[in-house]
Design a protein. Structure first.
Lengths: 277, 529
């Protein structure tokens, strides 16, 4: 409750929440406002925004409605962002928790594996995964999740390393609690706040990674994602720049919103480290 | 008038704090060559008073009334620039924790010399020459070596000497000491107090000495001001306040100060419930590139705790007493020796051991999980060993009543309790497992003296009711004397002396025990009670 009140006191957090809610609203309203296939042919290609009242944001080089793609794209971006973040945090927390709680050999093995992942540039690894497993929506989402977990694991491990020696955890050991109980009920709830904050960063990066893939036309071409739209506009960037600029602005705003939410969470969950005080 | 004078000082707390003012209408004065002790428990406003006269109030706090003057100069109108030139030169401070008050990346010599380079513009060579003199004056062993040493290479007492040397570098008119000996061992504390007194005499400094310990007051104070809830409730000369306190709060505080005389010996059972024999523990660093000398934390330690009695393990920091506690409950592995509880070796399994030994921890803030209710933390042990949930919670309520807490508060979170109450929760948590032996690792050293007395009284009462056997780890001989039947004195991992507490305290055989007893602050004044 205290954390919630602290969160609502921060203007940045409220602004961020509004942006994220707006994107969520777009995603929910997409089938209502644009019931037709957003990838279907809608009209003459490359109409400028405002030129035709039927297409308030214009049409892309294939004659598809940009506004429809924008609304439906919000679903894809949020879906990829949330699912990939879920995968990354779940894997990261599991590995970090085991490494941090047990230390010793478990820590050495798990952390060397994590570092092996980290030394490969994210995006290259993502390209390899997509090249090997194909670029459907599922593989892209899983691949983005798989390349994003190492920082989460390291963060979780660091929290566990300091928390596992706390007196209340030692008291739990003396009470005869099992390791699973100690990890899940004693240490993890105390380790979560920084991880939750970091998850917002993971989500922003996940959306960006998918867009970057789509820009290289390596993402799933059969879904109306924002990245795909930017990719489509690439060939007409100098003349009809709006095709790329409109989804670009949408991505920018979404990531800004997610980051502001993360900042707000940080200030609310770690009040002593709050910025701007 | 010379020295520091504070009249009607009022400091406002930020809105939402537990009271409106940190200090209210506080009037104090310290003349040159005088030591004024400000005594109070946590939250009494004594440290805020010290920060206010240093111009170092935490953000959110503001002086809203009263006057502060240094040799007649009004301190309330000083600008930040004026404060900077004032601090260090005319009014200096010694902090409680010498490790965090020193810069870990700078040699001691440079840190002391910085004062002269900043305030007087001396060159590096002259500054380091003066730093050497200053270190000689505070009686540091090997001052040349200390000059080049980094703070972590010095002991706590040596660091505090360095802090004092720095504070006195420019011969200030006023020295503010904020609990300067609280973090130190009792023998070191005695030395540092003697040093402060000696330097203060020699330089004629006015000293404002903040402390919570009446023993320290008895050692050092010329005059005493007692603070409670932000107000000065009593002020007078040291002998007046200590021997004939007028205010009820002062009387209560003095009564709570543990006396040195042990209670009359009890009939002790001959049944040994905890037997430690030849326990050895070595901390060695096995890293590839770091070869440190292995540290013998425990060296062939043997002791025996009789059923239904309390055995004190007394020692200074580094004596191995906490390592001993953790080895006994098997939070740490040992390198040799044996721990037998109720006649059998302590079982390896966590659950089996849980019903035999339990521990009460030192820090009431770290020993409870902030994210779970107090009752759940007491009940979780029995639940893990198979007690049904409902029964365990009912038992937790009963235990809360037993340790003097409201049984309905089982649903509250730790932050809703005070330090003393949290320590009671910790005791309830340990008792929930119905252990044969309770290991208490400095259970009262983080508490205020009046709360300390309450928790000790609770332990004694519980022992009478439940027949508890307690291994009581402490650095404070006065606390040990109040509660314990027998005592083990440890130094550097070795047991130096053991026996019934009265014998050991009244006729110590080992010179180390004697030096510990002689270092107890306020012996002359308080010991007679």
């Amino acid at each position: 409750m205290r954390a919630l009140r602290a969160y609502l006191r921060s203007p940045a957090a409220i602004l961020g929440s509004l942006v994220v809610l707006a994107v969520l609203g777009m995603a929910l309203l997409a089938p209502v406002l644009y019931p037709n296939d957003p990838l279907g042919l809608a009209g003459r290609p490359l109409q400028w925004p405002g030129a035709n009242p039927r297409f308030p944001l214009g049409t892309d080089p294939s004659g598809r409605d940009i506004a429809a793609q924008l609304f439906h794209g919000a679903r894809i971006s949020l879906l990829i962002g949330l699912v990939a973040t879920g995968i990354a945090t779940a894997v990261g927390i599991a590995i970090g928790a085991l490494a941090g709680f047990y230390g010793g050999w478990a820590d050495t093995v798990l952390m060397r594996a994590t570092e092996a992942f980290q030394t490969l540039p994210n995006f290259l690894l993502l390209l390899v995964l997509v090249a090997v497993f194909g670029s459907t929506l599922t593989t892209v989402t899983v691949a983005v999740g798989v390349v994003s977990w190492p920082p989460v694991a390291r963060l979780t491990r660091a929290e566990f390393l300091t928390l596992r020696t706390r007196d209340f955890v030692q008291a739990g050991r003396l009470q005869g609690l099992s390791d699973a109980h100690l990890i899940l009920r004693e240490v993890l709830p105390n380790a979560l706040p920084p991880v939750i904050v970091y998850a917002s960063v993971v989500m922003a990066v996940a959306i960006l990674l998918e867009s970057a893939l789509a820009f290289l036309q390596l993402s799933d071409p059969n879904v109306p994602s924002w990245g795909n739209l930017i990719g489509l506009g690439r060939n007409v960037l100098r003349t009809e720049w709006y095709v790329s600029a409109i989804p670009g602005a949408a991505i920018l705003l979404t990531i800004l919103g997610v980051s502001l939410v993360g900042q707000g969470l940080n200030d609310a969950l770690n009040p002593r480290l709050a910025s701007g005080r | 008038m010379k020295g520091l004078s504070v009249e009607g000082l009022t400091v406002r707390l930020p809105p939402g704090a537990d009271r409106a003012f940190a200090v209210e209408e506080v009037s104090l004065s310290v003349a040159p060559g005088e030591i004024l002790c400000v005594v109070g428990e946590s939250g009494s406003g004594k440290s805020v008073t010290a920060s206010a006269v240093m111009g170092l109030l935490a953000p959110g706090l503001s002086v809203t009334g009263g006057r502060m003057s240094l040799s007649g100069e009004d301190l309330r109108v000083k600008t930040p620039e004026e404060w900077r030139s004032l601090r260090g030169r005319r009014i200096a401070m010694v902090f409680q924790e010498p490790m965090t008050a020193l810069n870990p990346l700078m040699t001691v010599g440079r840190q002391i010399g910085e004062t002269w380079r900043t305030h007087l513009g001396l060159d590096a060579r002259e500054a380091s020459r003066r730093a050497l003199d200053a270190l000689r004056e505070v009686n540091l062993p090997d001052p040349e070596g200390a000059l080049r040493a980094f703070p972590h290479e010095l002991s706590g007492g040596q660091r505090q000497r360095v802090m004092i040397a720095m504070a006195l570098a420019l011969n200030p008119e006023v020295l503010v000491c904020d609990e300067p000996t609280t973090a130190l061992d009792v023998t070191t504390q005695a030395q540092v107090i003697a040093l402060i007194k000696e330097l203060q005499r020699r330089h004629g400094t006015a000293v404002l000495f903040i402390t919570h310990d009446f023993g320290v007051v008895a050692e050092i104070a010329d005059r005493v001001a007692v603070m409670q809830h932000g107000r000065v409730v009593e002020q007078g000369t040291a002998s007046e306040v200590l021997t004939a306190p007028r205010h009820a709060y002062t009387q209560a505080l003095l009564a709570a100060v543990p006396g040195r005389s042990a209670p009359p010996p009890r009939e002790l059972s001959s049944d040994i419930v905890l037997e430690v024999s030849g326990l050895t523990k070595t901390y060695a660093s096995r890293r590839l590139f770091r070869r440190r000398k292995p540290v013998r934390a425990l060296d062939n330690v043997s002791l025996a705790l009789r059923r239904g009695s309390t055995l004190a393990v007394v020692g200074e920091s580094g004596s191995g007493k906490s390592t001993l506690a953790r080895c006994v409950v098997r939070l740490l592995g040992t390198d040799g020796g044996e721990v037998r509880v109720a006649g059998a070796p302590l079982p390896k399994g966590r659950r089996a051991a849980a019903g035999l030994v339990q521990m009460v921890f030192q820090d009431p803030y770290a020993s409870l999980n902030p994210r779970r209710t107090a009752g759940a933390q007491v009940a979780q042990g029995p639940i893990a060993t198979g007690t049904p949930r409902r029964e365990a919670m009912a038992e937790a309520r009963r235990l809360f009543g037993l340790v003097g807490l409201d049984p309905e508060s089982v649903l509250r979170f730790p932050h809703e309790f005070s330090g003393g109450q949290r320590q009671r929760i910790g005791i309830a948590r340990a008792l929930a497992m119905q252990p044969s032996v309770l290991v208490a690792d400095e259970p009262v050293s983080a508490l205020d003296v009046s709360v300390q007395a309450q928790v000790l009284a609770l332990l004694r009462e519980l022992q009478g009711q439940l027949g508890l056997s307690i291994l009581f780890i402490t650095h404070d001989l006065r606390v040990a004397a109040q509660l314990c039947d027998e005592v083990v004195v440890m130094r550097n991992g070795v047991v130096e002396e053991q026996g019934p507490i009265r014998e050991v305290f009244e006729a110590p055989r080992h010179p180390y025990t004697r030096s510990l007893i002689e270092a107890i602050p306020g012996r002359r004044l308080m010991g007679v009670r």
